[in-house]
Design a protein around this ligand. Structure first.
Ligand code: SF4
Length: 372
């Protein structure tokens, strides 16, 4: 590859070209280098080798059945206590009615994540999956982070495997990747002390994969973590993926600095910069050689940066997200939903091929043009 300004990138470029796995030390070089054009080209090389110009999005609705939560993660602006202003807590029928009111033909995914409600029994969650599957046949239910599965396991006094098996039998199709935050103990203690441990998170995903439930994986960055801790996070995901192959995508989520305790403690008001975000995506694309997709989640990146990220390793910009609330309650200034047409337009304008997919990354439609 010509034009490499940082000599440390030369052997890395050779390995990328040969399709060889990068080491931890090489991952750190990617985080440190100032040769951003080369970093971008390397990530794009891998992206195009894996998926050509294809760029995926999904027609999805985001639902949170409650924002009541007892866990108290310091980065979270979504949680509420019982009776607190802005708290909600829906019955199964209310969730179904909420989705029905917003249902659009062609919807393929219902994405459910919420607070850890201290009183609902496990049966409620089984009923909820079943009701959604019956009310919206053909729509896939992607529900509950590993942190929530851990909570269900505690309230039901059942091992992870039995919880996941019961949810699968109720109709669960896939799991989102949240609750991972940053695996390093030092950071986890400060930002998510009462949440499932890193080991628990990985064990739940391992079990889900063994049961044939595909999942995603996230990383919350841009707060107090070091670059080594980011890479350690990816390294643990890469090792689990070697074992199971069950991760469909990796989604870096930038810390949103509004309305949460961590931002107040840190006196932090700034969002990550665009280049932080792009670098992080590119490093993920290069380091996570065994995870099919890197997602540039437009709701935190902004649609504009998500479009640019398609040159930095990204092959998925998530979806229509009808009424996303979690990152918006933490200050994300992006719209609470985009149309399929708008997503396809952004992708086409970047010279890529928009592919509408379902929750399992099966192709639904290739948008080779956008109607006026
Ligand atoms: S991130 Fe999730 S588990 Fe943590 S406080 Fe917020 S809603 Fe609760």
């Amino acid at each position: 590859m010509k034009g490499i300004k940082d000599p440390r990138l030369l052997p890395i470029a050779e390995k990328v070209e040969a399709g060889e796995r990068l080491t931890f030390a090489e991952g750190l070089v990617l985080y440190e280098t100032q040769d951003l054009p080369t970093l971008m080209r390397l990530a794009n090389r891998v992206r195009e080798r894996k998926h050509g110009h294809k760029t995926y999005f999904v027609h999805s609705i985001r639902v949170s059945q409650t924002n009541i939560c007892y866990v108290g993660c310091t980065f979270c602006a979504f949680q509420r206590r019982f009776g607190e202003e802005g708290a909600w807590d829906w019955d199964v029928e209310e969730v179904v009615a909420w989705v029905r009111a917003r249902y659009q033909p062609g919807l393929t995914e219902i994405h459910l994540t919420a607070g850890h409600h201290p009183k609902r029994p496990f049966q409620y969650y089984l009923d909820l999956v079943r009701a959604l599957k019956e009310s919206f046949p053909g729509v896939q239910v992607k529900a509950w982070t590993a942190a929530e599965i851990h909570h269900f396991s505690k309230i039901a006094r059942l091992p992870y495997r039995e919880v996941l098996q019961a949810l699968k039998e109720a109709g669960l199709d896939a799991m989102p990747g949240g609750g991972a935050e940053i695996f390093a103990e030092r950071v986890r203690k400060r930002i998510a002390r009462a949440k499932v441990s890193a080991e628990g998170w990985l064990e739940i995903h391992r079990t889900a994969h063994e049961l044939g439930i595909p999942t995603n994986a996230t990383m919350l960055y841009g707060h107090i973590e070091t670059l080594e801790e980011r890479l350690d996070h990816m390294d643990r995901l890469r090792r689990l993926q070697d074992e199971t192959g069950g991760f469909m995508s990796f989604i870096p989520l930038a810390f949103q600095p509004d309305g949460n305790q961590l931002a107040r403690e840190l006196g932090k008001r700034e969002f990550t910069t665009g280049l932080d975000d792009l670098r992080n995506l590119a490093v993920a694309r290069l380091y996570l050689d065994n995870i099919p997709h890197i997602k540039g989640y437009w709701a935190t990146l902004t649609p504009e940066l998500a479009q640019v990220s398609l040159d930095w390793g990204v092959t998925d910009i998530d979806g229509t997200l009808i009424e996303e609330r979690i990152v918006h309650m933490a200050g994300s200034p992006t719209p609470e939903g985009l149309s399929k047409r708008e997503l396809a337009r952004i992708i086409l304008a970047a010279g890529r091929i928009p592919v509408e997919r379902d929750a399992l990354y099966r192709e639904v439609r290739v948008w080779d043009q956008v109607e006026a």
